[in-house]
Design a protein around this ligand. Structure first.
Ligand code: NAP
Length: 493
């Protein structure tokens, strides 16, 4: 089963940071796939920009090698790489200097004002201000220009507002696409479909029927190449402020009147504003910070965070668990438990909605315990949806109940390649559809909620709790949920 693909109009895409990890590992492979599917026409242009001196030819060789790695042994994509590389060019520009901008502007403006121009800022956020200033000064911000901002947008509310102000002085809000690739995942969009295209769930989607929600984003990797950025950020800023809060918003928001960008974003904003503050008063009971020690990952011995970082004094958290309350009518008394971390037991991202227990059991004890229904939305690996139901075990010998899943893997159900989030999101930018991107007020509302947690942690001055690499985090995270008589979801279905 293949989705209907609407080709996009020819465009120019300039990737600042075109030689970086994100561009080579994610953005360019996503563009290749869209090109191979016929969605991107051959007269579109993709420019890599960075300081390193490269020619078009040498950059194409770098991109070609990265694409070959990314597509593995897929013969159809391999066969399309050479023709895709004809779209690709390279311009050497230091974002902080003045050289090269006029030439870039002349080249792009010669393609006509009406042509869609996308500037993807795949660089450190420190460069966002300089890049936007140059784009404005060279007149590249007009017409159908769009700018895409990668996370992190700031490290607190003040710095996020400063970046937003600077970008806003070159581009209007509807030209700015703040990307959170979690929102491009099929499962997240399926959450919208499940909730709002089925009559089944919405009547149950409230405190009367739902016991609690868990959101887990677990990684098995350690620091990788991001040591200095990560150590300055930590898990709360790096993952919760954006990805986990965005997922929470998609679960908790009221039905928007239509699937229009502002209608959806207005509803998400209301959720962010309804989050009960976590401050010095409740931070100790509602949050857990952890940092991994040596252990094992994917069967191999791995060093602890401090050794990997080469700094024994760091107090940066590589794990965080939170109990979050949404203070509104729909969710009063329904906790949202969030956890994310590095060097955890498995790479898994999921949302688990646990419904309330049946009010009364008509079955004998011999039938077994009635487990509450659970809806599990798997974001990775193997995107899919699973609904846990109580059913009768087949056969004679009395009635025994079993918790069994209705399990739908998207790969199995729909077949073929499941599109990467960046494929969808990049095409949305070209089409000018910002529904799955964060608006300025959302980003700032998220920081407004995160900042007091950071300052409470600073005041508490407690070192992060150690956990062994390859575990599920510190025991305090287990205690956080068990205090409420609940447990973290394990895939037992
Ligand atoms: P990276 O591998 O360090 O790449 C940075 C890129 O920026 C390089 O192409 C670098 O090339 C270029 N650059 C640095 N200084 C420059 C300057 N003054 N002028 C022009 N270009 C400059 O970083 P990355 O991992 O690709 O990440 C890029 C951004 O995306 C970061 O903000 C990161 O937090 C975010 N992000 C990354 C990922 C990921 O999976 N990698 C995921 C989510 C978000 P030169 O040194 O040659 O200039």
């Amino acid at each position: 089963m293949t989705a209907h693909l609407a080709p996009v109009a020819p465009f120019d895409l300039v990737i600042f940071g075109g030689t970086g990890d994100l561009a080579l590992r994610k953005l360019l492979p996503a563009l290749l796939r869209r090109y191979a599917d016929g969605q991107i026409s051959h007269d579109s242009r993709i420019y890599g920009v960075a300081r390193q001196a490269e020619s078009d030819t040498s950059y194409r060789a770098t991109v070609g090698a990265a694409l070959a790695r990314a597509v593995g042994d897929d013969p159809v994509l391999q066969a399309r790489i050479a023709s895709f590389l004809e779209l690709v060019a390279y311009r050497t520009i230091d974002a902080t200097g003045d050289a090269g901008w006029a030439e870039l502007a002349a080249e792009l403006l010669a393609h006509g004002e009406a042509r869609v121009r996308v500037f993807y800022l795949s660089t450190s956020p420190q460069l966002f201000v300089a890049i936007c200033k140059h784009l404005r000064d060279t007149g590249l911000n007009g017409g159908n220009a769009r700018v895409v901002l990668e996370k992190p947008i700031g490290h607190d509310l003040t710095s996020a507002a400063a970046i937003n102000d600077a970008v806003g002085s070159a581009f209007t809000e509807n030209q700015i696409f703040r990307i959170d690739h979690y929102l491009g995942k099929e499962t997240v969009q399926n959450l919208l479909a499940l909730r709002f295209a089925n009559a089944l769930f919405e009547p149950l989607w409230n405190a009367g029927r739902i016991d609690h929600v868990q959101i887990t984003v677990a990684e098995t990797v350690g620091l990788e190449q991001r040591a200095s950025y990560y150590d300055g950020a930590g898990a709360l800023r790096d993952m919760v402020q954006n990805h986990l809060l965005q997922l929470l918003c998609m679960v908790a928001m009221e039905p928007p009147a239509a699937l229009h960008a502002d209608a959806v974003r207005d509803e998400k904003l209301k959720v962010l504003r309804a989050l009960r503050p976590i401050t010095g008063d409740n931070a100790a009971v509602a949050t857990v910070r952890g940092q991994y020690r040596a252990g094992a990952a994917s069967g191999k011995a791995v060093a602890g965070y401090l050794d990997e970082l080469g700094n024994r004094d760091s107090r940066t958290e590589t794990f965080v668990a939170l109990k979050v309350e949404v203070d509104n009518w729909r969710w009063a008394g329904v906790p949202f438990y969030l956890r994310t971390g590095k060097r955890l037991a498995e790479r898994v991202s999921e949302i688990v909605v646990t419904f309330r227990e049946v009010p009364h059991s008509i079955f004998d004890e011999s039938a077994g315990r009635i487990t509450p229904n659970q809806l599990v939305l798997r974001l990775q690996p193997d995107e899919g949806v699973k609904l846990g139901l109580m059913l009768k075990e087949p056969g004679p010998g009395g009635l025994r109940l079993r918790h069994v899943p209705l399990d739908m893997s998207f790969a199995e159900a729909f077949g073929g390649h499941q599109p990467e989030a960046y494929e969808r999101l990049l095409m949305d930018v070209v089409r000018g559809n910002p529904t799955l991107f964060m608006r300025r007020d959302e980003v700032e509302a998220a920081w407004r909620w995160i900042d007091p947690i950071l300052s409470a942690w600073k005041d508490i001055r407690e070192a992060p709790k150690p956990y062994t690499a390859g575990s599920w985090g510190p025991s305090a995270a287990v205690a956080l949920i068990e205090r409420d008589g609940r447990t973290w979801h394990e895939d037992t279905l």
